[in-house]
Design a protein around this ligand. Structure first.
Ligand SMILES: C[S@@+](CC[C@H](N)C(=O)[O-])C[C@H]1O[C@@H](n2cnc3c(N)ncnc32)[C@H](O)[C@@H]1O
Length: 290
C-alpha cells in the first residue's frame, strides 16, 4: 500500500499545475488555496509539511486548482481579500480592490484626521465597499454615503460594512454619479468626495490578464474610448455640491493631465495635488475647494 501524499508533495504538485496554467505566482497561490482548504493560516503550512490531507480536502483543493488554472482570480476562489490590514469579503459581484487604492484611502484619511474628522464623505462607485468601509474604520466620527450603479456590488459592500462593524455610519445608495445623493436629498451635506471609477480604455481591456478581462465586472473597468468617460460625465456634476471641500480620485496611467484639467475647469479648485503610487505612476489626484 502506498503512503498517503504529504502536504509538502501536494503543494509541489499544485504549484506545478499552476505553472503549467501560466499563473504569475504559482507557489504563493498554491499555498493560499491549500491553507484555505486546511482552514489554517498560510504561515502554518511549512509546519504541516509531513502531514497527510483527507480525501475531502484533496477534492476541494483539486476543484480550487481547476478554477485557478482557468485563471479565475485567487480572491474570487477564496472569497476574501485584504485591504489596509482588514479582511473583506470578495466575489464576482464587484471588482477586486487593488493595492494602489490603499494609497487613496490612506492619503484621504490622513487629511481628514488632521482637518475634518467629522467629514460627511461620498464614495462614488464603491464596488465591494473597501474605500467607504476603511474610511469609516479610520475616521470614527465621519459619516459615509457609498453609491454604485451595480446593486450586486452594493449588496456585497453592505455585507462588508456589517463584517467590519461600521454599518451604522455607512449608507449604501444605488444609482449613477450624484443621482442617489440627490434622490436622498443629501447633496448639500457632502463635504468630501472620493472615487475610484472605471478608467481602463475600452481597447486596452483585451490586453489585461485573463484574471481581469474574463472575470472582473466590465462596468468596473471600462472607462470608454480613452478611459475618461466617467471623469467627463461626473466632474461637471460636482458643481451641484455646494459644500464640497475636497475631491480625491484615483486615475489610470497617463491620465493625470486630462483629469486634472477637468478638475480645474469644473471644480474651481483652489489647489490640486497629484501623487504617485509605489511604482512611481501618477495615481491619485486631490483637489481642494474653498
Ligand atoms: C474601478 S471599480 C472600484 C470599486 C471600489 N471603489 C474599489 O476601489 O475597489 C468602479 C466601480 O464604479 C461603479 N460605477 C461605474 N460607473 C458608475 C457610475 N456612473 N456611477 C456610480 N458607480 C459607477 C462600478 O460598478 C464599480 O463598482
Amino acid at each position: 500500500m502506498t503512503a498517503p501524499a504529504t502536504i509538502a508533495r501536494i503543494l509541489r504538485e499544485a504549484a506545478r499545475q499552476l505553472v503549467d496554467a501560466g499563473v504569475d505566482s504559482p507557489e504563493f497561490d498554491a499555498k493560499v488555496l491549500l491553507a484555505d482548504v486546511l482552514d489554517t493560516d498560510i504561515n502554518q503550512i511549512p509546519l504541516l509539511r509531513n502531514q497527510p490531507i483527507s480525501a475531502d480536502q484533496r477534492q476541494r483543493l483539486e476543484n480550487y486548482l481547476r478554477r485557478r488554472s482557468n485563471r479565475e482570480p485567487l480572491q474570487y476562489i477564496t472569497g476574501e481579500t485584504e485591504f489596509v490590514g482588514h479582511r473583506f469579503r470578495c466575489d464576482p459581484r464587484a471588482m477586486i480592490p487593488r493595492p494602489e487604492t490603499e494609497l487613496l484611502v490612506g492619503t484621504l484619511a490622513a487629511h481628514c484626521q488632521r482637518h475634518r474628522p467629522e467629514a460627511i464623505i461620498a464614495d462614488i462607485g464603491t464596488g465591494c465597499g473597501v474605500i467607504a468601509v476603511s474610511l469609516a474604520l479610520l475616521l470614527p466620527y465621519a459619516r459615509l454615503y457609498a453609491t454604485d450603479v451595480s446593486t450586486e456590488a452594493l449588496q456585497l459592500a453592505a455585507e462588508n460594512a456589517q463584517l467590519r462593524g461600521v454599518s451604522d455610519r455607512v449608507t449604501f445608495l444605488p444609482g449613477a454619479y450624484l443621482r442617489p445623493l440627490e434622490d436622498a436629498g443629501i447633496l448639500e451635506q457632502i463635504q468630501v468626495v472620493v472615487t475610484n471609477p472605471p478608467y481602463v480604455a475600452t481597447d486596452d481591456i483585451q490586453d489585461l490578464s485573463p484574471e481581469v478581462r474574463n472575470f472582473e465586472p466590465q462596468q468596473a473597468l471600462n472607462g470608454g474610448a480613452q478611459g475618461l468617460d466617467f471623469y467627463r460625465a461626473f466632474l461637471p456634476k460636482c458643481e451641484r455640491l455646494p459644500h464640497l471641500q475636497l475631491l480625491a480620485t484615483e486615475i489610470g496611467i497617463g491620465q493625470a493631465p486630462a483629469v486634472s484639467s477637468l478638475i480645474t475647469e469644473y471644480l474651481t479648485a483652489t489647489e490640486v495635488e497629484i501623487l504617485p503610487d509605489l511604482a512611481g505612476i501618477l495615481r491619485i489626484i486631490l483637489a481642494w475647494r474653498e
